[in-house]
Design a protein around this ligand. Structure first.
Ligand SMILES: [Zn+2]
Length: 388
């Protein structure tokens, strides 16, 4: 196949044309990326999910030596259901200095720039590798990159930096909170409420968990934040219950109650410690329920975990990105990214990408042309660095 010579914008239009909503397969997009890279003589490696319906993909361009740069992006996008779009979300359209399309800013814009950098890197004869890492399921909780990141860390020479290109207006973001979320199912025991002492009311038991969350929030708020935590808003760990449902009638003890329970953990505190604390509280409430009815239970389903991005003092990724962007301020963000997964595997990581997160996930999602161009200038500097 002759090399596919495409501009960054043409690549973006191509990527946007694949409706890679997280619940659906991303394989058509991955097929295309694979053949694009192949057309430039670059082999890539897929890391599929369990049922083979989705895959991550990574590739190494240039020599396999330490000191390279990883460009990390996700291929999935959030749904457009129920959103009122002014144009087809799957067709990139320019209007008034903006490029509209689902994923334009979050984050196929960065993916397109990374792919456009490949022929540039080949032509420049880079001396250290440029690595591309594209994941799936990021919007479902950053789990889809795990297998790929572990495989890369186990088999490839360590890079100087991992650049996770989530929209940051090309600012260098060195930290975000970690998070994890549970679906909680409390199984009570139904009796007439006149004899409620012989039943287990799942709603009222759930209230104990909610009270615990309130107590933890109050305690966390009182604590003086550590040096790492102080940069965050708020500078403490939060415990949140966002949904609850249960019960059938006013005079029946509730047989079931479903609730959400999630944690946003400030870097410097351990996500696992919070999980352990939640499990201990659940065990306590479960024991109280079972003391009345042994068949009562609480089932926890932990459905996502995003490791925190911990600011690295003197971190290599941060230093490289500051050199390339000229941004010397400190930034942390409220959203989660895949950067923590790389960091967890020992690779220095920070977030820097074109566009504004405010435009993500909405109807008429867009990236400003000026930001897309700033991203392209950044990519050219990355290739320049790798050529030195
Ligand atoms: Zn994103």
């Amino acid at each position: 196949m002759p090399p596919l010579n495409m501009s960054p914008r043409e690549i973006l239009a191509k990527l946007v044309s694949f409706p890679t909503v997280s619940r659906d397969s991303n394989l058509p997009l991955i097929d295309w990326v694979e053949s694009y890279l192949q057309s430039h003589g670059v082999e890539s490696k897929r890391v599929p999910n369990e049922d083979g319906s989705k895959a991550s993909l990574y590739a190494v361009i240039g020599p396999k030596v330490p000191g390279g740069v990883v460009l990390s992006g996700h291929t999935d996008v959030v749904p457009v259901d129920g959103q009122d779009w002014s144009s087809d979300p799957w067709v990139l359209e320019e209007r008034g200095g903006r490029l509209y399309g689902r994923g334009a800013v979050d984050m196929k814009g960065f993916d397109a720039l990374a792919l456009a950098a490949v022929p540039l890197a080949l032509k420049a004869g880079i001396k250290r590798p440029l690595m591309i890492a594209l994941s799936y399921d990021e919007e479902l909780g950053c789990e889809g990159c795990r297998g790929m990141v572990e495989e890369m860390a186990a088999t490839l020479p360590a890079p100087e930096a991992v650049i996770v290109g989530e929209p940051s207006m090309m600012k260098v973001v060195t930290g975000h909170k970690g998070g994890t979320a549970f679906k909680v199912h409390l199984k009570g025991f139904e009796v007439h409420s006149s004899i409620m002492h012989t039943g287990v009311n799942a709603i009222m038991e759930a209230a104990k968990l909610i009270s615990w969350a309130n107590e933890k929030n109050a305690e966390n708020r009182e604590r003086v934040p550590g040096p790492v935590g102080a940069a965050f808003v708020p500078p403490w760990t939060t415990v949140h219950v966002g949904t609850i449902s249960g019960g059938t009638a006013h005079n029946i003890t509730a047989g079931d109650c479903h609730m959400g329970l999630d944690f946003r953990v400030v870097p410097g505190e351990d996500l696992d410690d919070w999980v352990a604390a939640a499990e201990a509280k659940v065990a306590e409430v479960r024991a109280e329920m079972q003391a009345v009815r042994p068949e009562a239970d609480i089932v926890l389903d932990r459905y996502f975990t995003v490791p925190p991005l911990v600011p690295e003092p003197g971190g290599a990724a941060e230093a490289l990105m500051r050199r390339l962007t000229g941004d010397n301020a400190s930034h942390v963000v409220s959203y989660g990214t895949e950067a923590g997964h790389f960091q967890r595997n020992g690779w220095s990581a920070a977030v820097c990408g074109p566009g504004d997160i405010d435009q993500a996930h909405k109807a008429d999602e867009y990236i400003e042309v000026a930001q897309f161009e700033a991203g392209w200038a950044f990519m050219q500097r990355v290739v320049g660095q790798l050529s030195e």
